[in-house]
Design a binder for this molecule. Structure first.
Ligand SMILES: NC(=O)c1ccc[n+]([C@@H]2O[C@H](COP(=O)([O-])OP(=O)(O)OC[C@H]3O[C@@H](n4cnc5c(N)ncnc54)[C@H](OP(=O)(O)O)[C@@H]3O)[C@@H](O)[C@H]2O)c1
Length: 242
């Protein structure tokens, strides 16, 4: 039970000491180090009534902490459409680049994403109309078209790397996470196992993908902590094999 030997109770104030190695992430030749952060219900769902209100305050604090350790934070358009996306950190000088991936380029311009002080990037496709792209630019986002139908994720990560982004935190949602995983672009996952059971029919799971995975994918646990409320916080490396 090597994994459980690492299990330690954690309180909100202890979170700041965790995962500081992300500030000096492993180097990759042509892309940033990519980590996902998700919370799942005890019965394996990543959404509840169309949103991600599954975890406790400690889970949210962990999310804020992870944001403070990386160069860029990324979300899919579906997640932005149901919740504000505002990866703002305490240190005003160190705001991570905020990225949204959207094939259509149709984003709600009233979302907080368009008001935060961070630099903003929308990665979209040639499917996005010029009208949608110019509305995004007008709202303060850089717009990059990378792909015809879907955003070419390796190209996006390559471009971020060229611009000096060494660590990228993806906060979902399931479709974007699935697209990254099928392309073997996820290095680590921070997974909160909530205590809540929702049993909601059709609720999305952590990874949703139209394409099957090539080969096998395994999670190799790095650490596991537990809060007084019984919520568990797992960090795991993603291992791919043929
Ligand atoms: N439990 C958690 O930690 C967690 C985290 C995040 C989200 N969620 C939940 O997940 C649900 C949303 O799920 P979702 O799968 O729709 O979210 P999503 O992955 O954020 O959004 C899907 C949308 O993102 C865009 N997209 C994703 N991959 C793309 C690619 N490779 N190329 C181009 N566009 C791409 C597309 O945008 P367009 O539609 O513009 O083409 C697609 O429709 C919500 O209920 C949310 O609350 C849960």
């Amino acid at each position: 039970m090597r994994s459980l030997s690492r299990l330690g109770a954690i309180a909100t104030e202890d979170l700041a000491a965790l995962h500081l190695d992300l500030r000096a992430p492993p180097e990759h030749p042509d892309r940033p180090h990519v980590v996902l952060n998700f919370v799942v219900t005890a019965d394996g769902r990543a959404s509840f009534r169309g949103r991600a209100e599954i975890g406790t305050r400690t889970d949210r604090e962990l999310m804020f902490h992870l944001r403070s350790l990386v160069d860029a934070v990324m979300s899919g358009a579906g997640t932005l459409r149901v919740d504000p996306f505002a990866p703002v950190v305490k240190d005003r000088e160190l705001q991570p680049l905020a990225i949204v991936v959207s094939a259509s380029g149709q984003l709600p311009l009233e979302n907080r994403f368009f008001r935060i002080a961070n630099r903003r990037l929308v990665a979209t496709t040639y499917r996005a109309t010029e009208e949608a792209a110019s509305a995004l630019r007008h709202a303060g986002a850089e717009v990059l078209r990378l792909g015809e139908e879907e955003v070419d994720l390796p190209a996006l990560l390559g471009l971020l790397h060229e611009r000096g982004v060494r660590s990228l935190l993806c906060e979902g949602g399931p479709l974007l996470a699935g697209a990254l995983l099928t392309r073997r672009l996820v290095d680590e996952i921070f997974l909160t196992h909530a205590t809540r059971v929702t049993a909601e029919p059709g609720a999305k799971r952590l990874f949703e993908s139209a394409e099957p995975l090539a080969g096998e994918v395994h999670l190799e646990r790095v650490s596991l902590h537990e809060s007084a409320a019984g919520e568990r916080y797992e960090r795991a490396r993603v291992r791919y094999s043929s």
